[in-house]
Structure formats: C-alpha cells, structure tokens
Write a protein that binds this ligand. Structure first.
Ligand code: IYR
Length: 239
C-alpha cells in the first residue's frame, strides 16, 4: 500500500490531452540535505536591506539573471503575472526620486501615515529623503499584472496575483543576495506614478520598487533581531 495512489496524476485522459514530462530530481542523503540547508540559512540570514548604495555600475546580465530566477516562482495557473522594469538612466531615476519624495513628504510630514505607523517605523529612522533612488545603479520595479492582454486584444484574468508576485519578489531578493548585490524593498506609496514614468499599461500595477547595487562601503543597518523559531513555527501532532 505504501505510496499507492488511487488517483494518479496525471490521469491517462489528462496526459492524452496535455504534455507532461518526468520531473528530474536527485534525492540527497539526509546529511547532505542538512549541510545544504544550514549553509543556505546562514547565507540568507546574513542578508540585510540597505538604504545607501554604491554608485558602482552593475552589469545588466546580473539583473537579468535575478529576474530569470524570480520568474521560476510558482504562480496561479502558471500565469507568471509579473513584469520587471529596470532602468539605469539617470534622468529616469531622478524623475522617480522626485515623484517618490513628493508622495513620501505627504506620508511623513503631512501624516498620511498615522501615528501608530510612524511609531513602528521609528527604529528604522526612515524619512522622505530617497537619495538612494538616484545613487543606486539600477532601479527595478516589479509590476503585478491584474489581467493579461493577449495579442488579439482579448483580456484574461490572472489568479492569486499578490501571492504569485510576492513569491517572485522573494526569489528576486534571494538571487540578488546570492550574487553579492543588495536591494531594498521600497514602496513609495501611492506608486501609480511609476506607470507614467516607466510607460506601463493599464493592466499593470506597481508592487515593489527595488533599488539594486552594491551596498555602500561601511553602510549601517538597524540592529534588528529576527524572531526565534518558536515564535514563527509550531507543529500540530495530535488530531
Ligand atoms: N513608504 C515609506 C514608509 C515605510 C513604510 C514601511 I511599512 C517601511 O518598512 C519602511 C518605510 C518609505 O519608504 O519611507
């Protein structure tokens, strides 16, 4: 009975209608799995968001590889409902900075963010100055596609868009860190101005803006602690 499936996937009917292939997977020893998991955790635990970048250039190929990695994310009905828009053009970066700072001035100085929100941000010390938007060599904006527009002009809904795009964002951040670059998940809310500056269509909505580059030498980050496992993980062992 072990691992016997009464309803195997794909069913013969399904396989006669759509293509399938055997998933290539190498099963590792538990020891090898532990080694890899511990090394990867240590590497990811060293990642930090930074707010000052070096202006040193970064080759476009590295950005493209991070986007390709992000696009391996699972997505609702495999729609891959995302567009990554990258620029290293100084004038466009300036326009984005000016527009972002305009919104953030309202958030911080005119209290569009309420007191509780501003208190939560106090240890980070963020404010309306977004100089990094001009200094970082790249700005990559991740847009979510609320629906897709096909070449024949018809529109089709996407599913679980936020879940899908959020998952892709995580892989993008992971890929950048792994290749030795830094980023910041920046959301200069409201972000609709990015459609205009970056010339994006109506079906796309900005999800996260990522400045990308090397961290500035000696850059400081808040002494944040990550939650212990017992605060974020629990098991349910009895029915
Ligand atoms: N968008 C603002 C405010 C901000 C909000 C959160 I939640 C943060 O974690 C950090 C900042 C800004 O970028 O400054």
């Amino acid at each position: 009975m072990k691992d016997h499936y009464e309803y195997p996937y794909p069913s013969p009917e399904l396989e006669s209608q759509y293509p399938f292939s055997v998933y290539e997977h190498e099963r590792l020893t538990e020891e090898a799995m532990l080694d890899r998991a511990k090394a990867f955790y240590a590497e990811m635990n060293a990642r930090r968001s930074v707010r000052m970048f070096s202006s040193d250039p970064v080759p476009q190929e590295l950005i493209e590889l991070a986007v390709k990695t992000a696009s391996t994310a699972p997505s609702g009905a495999h729609k891959q409902p995302w567009t990554f828009v990258a620029t290293q053009n100084p004038e466009i970066k300036r326009e984005i900075r000016v527009a972002a700072e305009q919104e953030e001035k309202i958030n911080y100085l005119e209290n569009r963010m309420n007191e509780e929100w501003q208190e939560a941000l106090a240890p980070l010390g963020t404010d309306h100055h977004k100089e990094f938007l001009e200094v970082a060599p790249w700005i990559v904006v991740l847009f979510e596609q609320r629906y897709e527009t096909r070449t024949d002009g018809t529109t089709h809904k996407n599913y679980y868009v936020k879940e899908s795009v959020g998952t892709a964002a995580g892989l993008f951040i992971t890929s950048l860190h792994r290749m030795g670059l830094a980023t910041l998940t920046h959301t200069p809310t409201p972000m609709k101005f990015l459609n205009k500056i970056l010339n994006r269509p109506e079906n796309e909505r900005p999800f996260i803006l990522f400045p990308v580059g090397y961290p500035l030498d000696g850059v400081k980050v808040p002494d944040l602690k990550r939650k212990d496992l017992n605060e974020i993980f629990t098991t349910v062992l009895e029915a």
